[in-house]
Design a protein around this ligand. Structure first.
Ligand code: HPA
Length: 271
């Protein structure tokens, strides 16, 4: 039944666009304007795609935009669904499953995250080299998920080594200090406590956020190749002697938008 719903969404997109995109990109908080660089674009509001939930998170516009970025035909998710909005895990990953079944093989996921590692600073763009799922949720659970791939699938190379290597080349070319690390996923929506951040540090996390991991798991079940980039918008709770606000998160995400956009454009061009 769920599979039929996803196929309805796939069919809807097939009728809207006449090419299978080479790459799909999920834009995180503050990155929504990236879509403006896309030429010959077809804007498809999530509200028009059968079975898509409505995106309610602040700073998330809720459109799928397909079009040309230089020599690539890309599909851009302007906004995503989060568990903290109250959606089921199947709803959170419906976009990935739709685009995966449409035939898209590469996925770039972006997000805003809090920095835990002392090597990170607000404004850094951290390549995700691994993740820790602390949500107790997984989109591959249950019978319905078997329609999207195997039940037990490898996550050793969830973040594609070759795509990471290519991204590193673009960082170097642009003289941007290359940072990579482990992204820990919690459901939120409250920010973490300082004690939770100390725990995450002990567990080996470099950054923390409230998205991305369900999408990456769903993408891997579909055998998509994934590149993940976190915009570090703040130091995580308790690292600095100050409170956290979503205002700060959006401000830093916005400030980083220019450089993030440039990087993304160049990465898309070579992957
Ligand atoms: N914690 C969780 N999610 C976040 C943070 C944070 O500090 N910053 C941006 N997203």
């Amino acid at each position: 039944m769920y599979f039929k719903k996803v196929m309805e969404s796939v069919q809807y997109l097939k009728n809207k666009i006449n090419k299978i995109p080479d790459i799909a990109i999920i834009l995180g908080s503050g990155l929504g304007n990236f879509a403006e660089y896309i030429e010959d674009r077809v804007i498809i509001p999530y509200s028009e795609i059968p079975n898509f939930p409505k995106s309610t998170a602040k700073g998330h516009k809720g459109n799928l935009i397909c079009g040309q970025l230089e020599n690539r035909y890309i599909a851009v998710f302007q906004g995503r669904f989060h568990l903290y909005e109250g959606y089921s895990i199947n709803d959170v990953v419906i976009g990935i499953r739709t685009i995966g079944l449409l035939g898209v093989n590469k996925l770039i996921v972006t997000n805003a995250a809090g920095g835990i590692s002392s090597k990170l600073m607000p404004g850094d763009l951290m390549i995700i080299n691994d993740h820790i799922n602390l949500s107790n949720e997984n989109p591959a659970i249950g019978k319905d998920a078997l329609d999207f791939g195997e039940r037990f699938f490898d996550m050793t190379y969830a973040y594609d080594q070759e795509l990471i290597e290519k991204a590193r080349i673009i960082y170097n070319k642009n003289n941007i200090e290359y940072k990579e690390g482990v992204y820990a996923f919690l459901k939120g929506p409250s920010f973490e406590t300082p004690a939770e951040i100390r725990m995450l540090k002990t567990l080996g996390a470099d950054a923390v956020g409230m998205s991305t991991v369900p999408e990456v798991i769903a993408a891997r079940q579909l055998k998509m190749r994934v590149l993940g980039i976190s915009c570090i918008t703040n130091m995580a709770a308790g690292i600095l002697d100050q409170i956290l606000t979503d205002k700060e998160v959006f401000e830093i995400a916005k400030k980083s938008e220019g450089i993030f956009t440039k990087l993304l454009k160049e990465i898309i061009d070579i992957i």
